[in-house]
Design a protein. Structure first.
Length: 221
């Protein structure tokens, strides 16, 4: 990965940072994406993700309803920004007017013995953050996942004092694994977990990826 890979993040002058929905200002702008905070008006957008069986294929055994998104998902997203300044999950929209494409997130975590998926939230300043994303099907295969993930990796290391970024997915989720690799994260290990409702492919385990700040700097040279 070259240094040019990280130049896609664009900071707009204050006068041009207009909201993309209900006056919400962008928090991060890349070559093709605008990342902003979620609002209560995003229920329908989230339903295009969590209500799609293909999007949820490697995540949960069943899709979510609108009521579940309103009661559980949106409050969680909205609350994270208040509890962990600088971190959270951001709605992503295409700058070309293509609308909502999904979300990207950074979660401060407390490393403990065991799988990353079980690491609890930690107050900012701990130095480790989990990165993740979820895109609607119409946005797949266009490079958005890699673009957004690279931008958040850069933000974590240059603005938030993070010293290591981590991520995890199912072994069989080859697309997400490719995104992690393109964003510079390195495969660490495979873990086998016990789930109450195993998904197809669970028997192959979950893979974990990590990237230290010093390694990211070295990659960019």
């Amino acid at each position: 990965m070259t240094q040019d890979s990280y130049r896609a993040e664009i900071r707009l002058p204050r006068s041009r940072r207009r909201g993309t929905i209900h006056g919400v200002e962008p928090e991060l702008v890349t070559e093709r994406l605008v990342l902003r905070r979620f609002t209560a008006a995003d229920t329908g957008n989230l339903l295009t993700l969590d209500g799609d069986p293909e999007v949820m294929r490697y995540l949960e055994p069943r899709v979510k309803t609108r009521a579940q998104i309103e009661a559980d998902v949106l409050p969680l997203f909205l609350g994270r920004h208040q509890r962990y300044p600088g971190f959270g999950r951001w709605a992503a929209e295409a700058r070309d007017g293509g609308g909502f494409v999904g979300w990207f997130g950074l979660r401060p975590v407390l490393p403990i013995e065991g799988a990353i998926v079980d690491w609890p939230d930690a107050p900012p300043g701990g130095g480790v953050a989990e990165i993740g994303y979820r895109l609607r099907r119409t946005a797949w295969g266009q490079g958005y996942a890699t673009e957004g993930t690279r931008a958040l990796v850069r933000r974590a290391f240059t603005e938030l004092g993070v010293r290591e970024v981590v991520a995890t997915t199912m072994t069989v989720n080859t697309r997400s694994r490719a995104v992690m690799q393109k964003a510079g994260l390195l495969y660490t290990r495979t873990v086998h977990l016990t789930w109450a409702e195993p998904l197809d492919g669970t028997e192959q385990g979950d893979v974990e990826y990590r990237l230290r700040r010093e390694d990211w700097i070295a990659q960019a040279r």
